[in-house]
Design a protein around this ligand. Structure first.
Ligand SMILES: C[S@@+](CC[C@H](N)C(=O)[O-])C[C@H]1O[C@@H](n2cnc3c(N)ncnc32)[C@H](O)[C@@H]1O
Length: 182
């Protein structure tokens, strides 16, 4: 429950969620994770774009909210809800990871990202950058209350300078960046 204190439930504004999904080019070929999924608004937006989604949430009340919403929206087959700490969930099949977490929490997840995420996986972070990683794309927008929000997009193996070892493997970054419109 320590995680709850460190990352309370503050939902991403809906207009920002729509932009984040667009910004990271989520498509039906993606496996989309939201680490700390809150009420599920982000995974539902990704599922509407055809992605297979995994909502990881530690708060049992929010887990029930997501399950109920998935049932009502008829998205049970596209959204898996995992009641667990995101530190304990293996991310090996993720192609996109969404995070809206304090920097102190992101710092603790970086090693896990380096270890488990495959080359080419995207990470979208709202408002908090990943320390020492280089975003391939940054987008600033105003939410409906007029507050400036920032989306950061990272690509594993490309954005993380410490993973030069992993970059040795053959991976066509140019093609990926082109597909992403970058
Ligand atoms: C800032 S909210 C973001 C909610 C959602 N991703 C969004 O953008 O609307 C952070 C969420 O992370 C959850 N959380 C905190 N620590 C966690 C942990 N260790 N494992 C899983 N979820 C956690 C909280 O319960 C909360 O719902």
């Amino acid at each position: 429950m320590v995680g709850l204190v460190k990352a309370p439930f503050i939902p991403s504004p809906k207009e920002v969620v729509r932009e984040a999904i667009e910004f990271s080019r989520v498509s039906p070929s993606d496996v989309f994770y939201d680490l700390g999924a809150g009420d599920g608004r982000v995974v539902f937006e990704a599922a509407k774009r055809g992605a297979y989604c995994v909502a990881v949430e530690i708060n049992p009340y929010l887990v029930e909210v997501i399950r109920e919403k998935a049932r009502v929206l008829g998205l049970n087959d596209r959204v898996r809800v995992v009641e667990a700490s995101f530190y304990d969930v293996y991310l090996g099949d993720a192609t996109v990871v969404y995070i809206y977490l304090y920097r102190s929490v992101i710092e603790k997840l970086v090693d896990k990202f380096e270890r488990e995420l495959r080359i080419g996986a995207r990470i979208v972070s709202l408002d908090f950058s990943i320390p020492n990683w280089i975003p391939v794309r940054v987008r600033r927008l105003l939410d409906r209350r007029g507050i400036v929000r920032t989306l950061y997009l990272y690509i594993v193996g490309f954005s993380n300078p410490c993973s030069l070892k992993r970059r040795v493997c053959v991976f066509d970054y140019n093609r990926l960046l082109k597909n992403m419109g970058l």
